[in-house]
Design a protein. Structure first.
Length: 423
């Protein structure tokens, strides 16, 4: 049905294009008798849900296998945190520079009432009742009440912590006088299960372009494109920040520091980038990310440390979006935020990215928390969210693509650091 040589990212792009055409042509109506664009979207979401369902076990066994087979030391963990902090700091510099030099929010100043009457506005999503910017509260949520809970809730951080603990225990049992044989049996089970899960996910990934077609058709058909006529300034400035960070800073760092030229970092990573962009889920993209990093000849331990263990720290897309959106809306309301207030927004955005990264549409649903941290009154926040929600379907995909590219960059830099300085 398709040429065997056509790469995944090209098939995904075709799915996006055809889905957009179908959404524009049919709206929310029937594509064929008895099948609406909403039905196509529902079918596409099923594929994404299967990817998420299998991705969590894959992450578990990938981390277990990495900890058992290689010595992921505290030094490597420190390097991971250092690289992530550097990346997110650059993201904030880019975002704050754009917002304070261009001041794009001024284009909305005095026109919020007109924008509020724009067609297609939808009710905003609300943050979960336990969503918070408190570091201690977010740390507390990482420790589940049972071993099953992280898998049921797709809590990746808790799953990773459990896998690290299990891997460390296997290594310790292996060194005991009578522990070599049982440890070897468990290691063979982990290796075999990981390979089986990887094969299952590879099959599901083949259906991703068709899922993308359905989801894009539903979203475009429901939201339409007319809304961009009134909200273009907000969309353009956020996408500009994403572009500068992901397509300028990331490739330069991968090339100059990681020794992976753009044709390798972007070319061999295109499948993961396009999968994240289209599925709007960095978790569902993990299997493709690992495959792309293998094609870049990045070591498995660096790949798994960045894409599996460090994925909840590599949320540059969410943190950049939160900070830029908060400053944009503050400008639109005429708030003159001091440097201290902007730093507060930055810290709140960083905590939002780390604290609720596993929540669907995390970047949008925690935006009220960041806006409140910026000093915007709650009634004003409630009035602004429907505007943002109208165009969030495209911005959310940009956030995910940036997060996926952050995972790949961290893996590339970790691998280079390991090769140069050793573990």
């Amino acid at each position: 049905m398709r040429p065997p040589h056509l790469p995944l990212f090209a098939r995904v792009l075709i799915g996006v294009a055809l889905g957009a055409v179908a959404g524009i042509a049919f709206g929310t109506g029937h594509v064929v008798p008895g099948v609406t664009t909403g039905d196509l979207g529902a079918i596409g979401i099923l594929v994404v849900r299967i990817l998420k369902m299998l991705a969590v076990p894959l992450v578990t066994f990938a981390v277990l296998d990495a900890v058992v087979r290689t010595n992921i030391s505290g030094r490597m963990g420190g390097r991971l945190v250092l690289i992530c902090l550097t990346n997110v700091s650059v993201a904030f510099v880019i975002g704050l520079t754009l917002m304070n030099t261009i001041e794009p929010g001024n284009t909305w100043y005095g026109h919020l009432d007109d924008l509020a009457s724009a067609p297609g506005l939808a009710a905003p999503k609300h943050a979960p009742p336990d969503a918070t910017l408190s570091p201690l509260a977010n740390l507390t949520k990482l420790i589940p009440e049972s071993a099953v809970q992280p898998f049921a809730e797709n809590n990746v951080i808790a799953v990773v912590l459990l896998a690290i603990l299990g891997g460390a225990a296997i290594r310790r049992v292996r060194r005991e006088p009578d522990g070599a044989e049982p440890a070897a049996a468990v290691e063979r089970f982990i290796e075999g299960t990981y390979r089986v899960l990887a094969r299952m996910l590879a099959w599901v990934v083949e259906a991703a372009p068709f899922a993308v077609f359905g989801v894009v058709a539903q979203v475009v058909g429901k939201a339409g494109l007319d809304v961009f006529a009134s909200l273009w300034a907000f969309v353009v400035v956020i996408l500009l920040g994403f572009t500068l960070h992901a397509l300028v800073y990331y490739p330069l760092m991968a090339w100059l520091v990681g020794r992976k030229p753009p044709r390798v970092y972007l070319g061999r990573g295109a499948d993961a980038i396009m999968t994240g962009l289209s599925t709007n889920s960095s978790l569902a993209t993990v299997p493709v990310t690992l495959r792309c990093l293998d094609a870049m000849e990045v070591s498995p331990e660096s790949s798994r440390l960045a894409a599996c263990i460090g994925t909840n720290l590599n949320n540059d897309g969410i943190t950049l979006y939160e900070a830029m959106a908060a400053l944009f809306l503050a400008q639109a309301l005429g708030y003159d935020l001091s440097l201290g207030a902007q730093v507060t927004i930055v810290l709140a955005s960083l905590m939002a990215g780390m604290g609720v990264a596993g929540v669907p549409e995390a970047g949008l649903i925690v935006l009220p928390l960041v806006l409140s941290a910026a000093g915007l009154p709650e009634p004003v926040v409630a009035a602004l969210l429907p505007l943002v929600f109208t165009v969030d379907w495209i911005l959310a995909r940009g956030r995910t693509a940036v997060n996926v590219m952050a995972d790949m960059l961290v893996a590339v830099l970790l691998d280079r650091w390991q090769r140069v300085k050793g573990i």
